[in-house]
Design a protein around this ligand. Structure first.
Ligand code: NAD
Length: 302
């Protein structure tokens, strides 16, 4: 992938589990990066390992053509754009495109003379690493066109979902569906195991039958039954996403009882989980409810 014609200098804010490999892929593709993370050590390490600039203040982003944010949530995105030492937004030249790739609220995006695009992702740390993320793009067509070369480096499938906010809405709805699929699979395992069914056999049956979903196919064996809990996607972040989906339904007057219940269940699972727990460890919520633990099964990948 060669550097895009219009966007060459890119600011990147948020070098976490996802942001680090995404920013690295942009450096590898030839873009000139200026990076920022609230974790100073992480920021300096990325900058020195990848030969790029680190911004200590918003002025450090002067001259960039676009800024990508990959932060925990929309509140932090707004803080960075509006409040961080006068606001990153105020330090950007008019016409700079800000692309929020975090999973944020569709209705919470702030504007300030810069063009905004929302482009949240799916595919996890593996997808970020491989540059094969699914990207759900919302925003004005001209702004989207400017940053498409960046998104093409980061993603394998790019979806134009509509105006600003549509990408964030789609991402929250996707993650609600994923959390609901996990919840159903977790309950199948708990009910079946108490009844006397073998967990590995249950997963094999689901995956050869109509009950299969992404959790059953990719994650139950490799992450849940083995108790690996290491996807790199925090339980608290998935709970946040389900909350965004449920809040969206409420805000636009859609009755979605399962979505509301899933929000409550995942909020409780996150509140009861260890700080920083991986989303796959949500199984413990169902185990604690039932004072039981599924047997840990050593299994090969898959
Ligand atoms: P993370 O917690 O690993 O990374 C977030 C980074 O933001 C951290 O390095 C943190 O130090 C930094 N940060 C926090 N506040 C900051 C601030 N004010 N200024 C600058 N930096 C700040 O999270 P992640 O897993 O990389 O997820 C990032 C976003 O992507 C979230 O919105 C998440 O929901 C979404 N997402 C994650 C995954 C995944 O598998 N991890 C997949 C898809 C989408």
């Amino acid at each position: 992938m060669s550097t895009g014609e219009t966007v060459r200098r890119v600011g990147f804010v948020g070098l976490g589990n996802m942001g680090w490999p995404m920013a690295r892929n942009l450096v590898d593709a030839g873009f000139e990066l200026t990076v920022r993370d609230a974790d100073r050590e992480r920021q300096e390490r990325f900058a020195s390992e990848h030969g790029c600039a680190a911004a200590q203040a918003p002025a450090g982003f002067g001259g960039v053509d676009a800024v990508i944010t990959m932060l925990p949530n929309g509140k932090i995105v707004r803080e960075v754009l509006l409040d961080w030492e006068g606001g990153l937004g105020a330090a950007l030249a008019p016409g700079t495109v800000v692309v929020d790739m975090s999973s944020s609220e569709p209705m919470g995006t702030a504007e300030r003379g810069v063009a905004l695009v929302d482009a949240p992702v799916s595919g996890g740390v593996k997808g970020a690493d491989a540059g094969t993320l699914s990207i759900m793009i919302g925003g004005d067509a001209a702004a989207v066109a400017r940053v498409r070369p960046l998104l093409e480096v980061l993603g394998g499938r790019l979806f134009d979902t509509g105006p600003l906010g549509c990408g964030h809405a789609m991402k929250a709805l996707n993650n609600y569906a994923a959390a609901a699929g996990y919840s159903a699979a977790a309950e199948v395992l708990l009910i079946g195991a108490r009844f006397g069914l073998d967990p590995t056999t249950m997963v094999d049956v689901l995956n050869a039958s109509s009950g299969r979903n992404d959790t059953t196919e990719r994650l139950l064996k490799s992450q849940v039954l083995t108790r690996t809990f290491s996807t790199g996607f925090a339980l608290a972040l998935l709970a946040k996403d389900v909350g965004i989906a449920a809040g969206l339904a409420e805000a636009i007057g859609i009755e979605a009882p399962l979505c509301q219940l899933t929000r409550r269940v995942w909020a409780e699972a996150a509140a009861g989980g260890e700080p920083g727990a991986d989303c796959m460890a949500a199984i413990r919520y169902w185990e604690e409810l039932n004072a039981t633990e599924l047997p840990a099964i050593p299994l090969a990948e898959g």
